[in-house]
Ligand binder design. Structure first.
Ligand code: GN1
Ligand code: MG
Length: 358
């Protein structure tokens, strides 16, 4: 859809304050299309939600509305510490256009900044406090959330998809991927063992964000503190350990997740340590014994899962993640494999660091 149409027709469907002056694409995210809307009043974030990825956008928006309403009741600055959904003029949380596409708007939070790579351990510590706080604020949230993406962090389900992808070899690519495929296959049992604890209730279900990479958090420019978790599309009920794991996957990678230069990819223990320090300062008292025991494994689990998902998308012919060049998903896969190797080399130290803080 041309930008002029988004500007004139889509924004007009929402209850915005002020006259729309400008709409610009914001090149963030691998899934949705995101725009920033300037008006003579507040600024807004407008998104076209990806309906191939999210089969039930209305249920997803209900999840986000419920979670943000809960957080708003508890924080000092309700308009800055969580997202504010702006309804469509008909009162719904989204607008569906004539092509069936879903659009949603939230307030742009001024005075904030996002990052792709953590700059200092203090930033990682703030990240840990931030997700810990997110979990604490939602610890008494008692509604069940819709499962917006089936089996999102469920590796048993991912293996089912994986086996089907390998069997279909849709893009005819698996012949050249024997090393990467072997890497995934060798670790299946270990990863299933972790997920089994979620299935058996050994690791409890909590309200989780499920997409906690660094760039999904706003930092306050003035204080440097983590202010707000954004991209709430995947809030669901899962193990809270994965929110820490996914964060470590990005905060503690020495470089971005699609750097093709693998000599730059490794786990920064200083970032890991600082993140865990912040996180446990918030959550130490509330985690169960099993959660504490498996916390250090979560980054390995999520990095593995992410590598598998990138590789599966490459094998399927790049239908899920946005790519900027043909080998993008393969580059991402190799990056995650290198990061996981580095985590495996450091696993004893990772466990030790957690133990010392408990
Ligand atoms: C996607 O939407 P975005 O870019 O924040 C993906 C995450 C991945 C991430 C990798 C719904 O997140 O699971 O970890 O890319 N989100 C979905 O960068 O699949
Ligand atoms: Mg997302």
């Amino acid at each position: 859809m041309p930008l002029s149409m988004i500007r004139n027709e889509i924004t007009a469907q929402f209850a915005l304050e002020g006259k729309v002056l400008d709409v610009k694409p914001l090149g963030e995210g691998f899934i949705n299309d995101t725009y920033i809307v300037s008006t003579d009043g507040p600024r807004y974030i407008l998104q076209r939600k990806n309906k191939n990825v999210f089969p039930d956008v209305p249920a997803m928006m209900d999840n986000i509305a419920a979670v943000t309403a809960h957080i708003k009741k508890k924080v000092k600055e309700p308009l800055r510490e969580t997202l504010t959904i702006i309804s469509a003029k008909d009162g719904r949380l989204f607008y569906q256009d004539s092509e069936g596409e879903y659009w949603a708007v939230c307030l742009f939070i001024e005075g904030t900044i996002t990052y792709d790579v953590a700059e200092t351990p203090e930033m990682a510590r703030q990240g840990g406090i931030g997700i810990g706080r997110f979990q604490s604020l939602l610890s008494d949230f008692d509604k069940t959330l819709a499962e917006v993406i089936k089996g999102f962090h469920n590796i048993r389900w991912r293996f089912k998809q994986w086996d089907e992808s390998l069997a279909a070899d849709k893009a005819g690519r698996i012949g050249a991927l024997s090393e990467e495929i072997a890497f995934v296959q060798e670790r299946r049992g270990r990863m299933l063992k972790f997920w089994k604890m979620v299935e058996d209730g050994v690791l409890p279900l909590r309200v989780t964000h499920n997409d906690t990479k660094l760039s999904n958090f706003l930092f306050d420019k003035a204080s440097g503190k983590l202010l707000c978790a954004i991209d709430l599309d995947t809030v669901m009920n899962s193990t809270s350990l994965n929110d820490v794991g996914d964060a470590i996957r990005s905060y503690a990678n020495n470089t971005v997740e699609d750097n093709p230069d693998l000599s730059k990819v490794w786990l920064r223990m200083d970032m890991y340590d600082a993140y865990m320090d912040g996180y446990l300062s918030e959550r130490k008292e509330t985690l169960t014994a099993s959660e504490k025991q498996w916390l250090a494994f979560a980054p390995l689990y999520i990095t593995y899962e992410q590598g598998l998902r990138f590789l599966m998308d490459y094998i399927d012919g790049d239908t899920y993640y946005k790519i900027a060049y043909p080998e993008h998903n393969l580059v991402r896969t190799r990056n995650q494999i290198a990061l996981l190797r580095s985590m495996e080399d450091n696993y004893a130290k990772m466990q030790d660091a957690v133990r010392k803080k408990l």
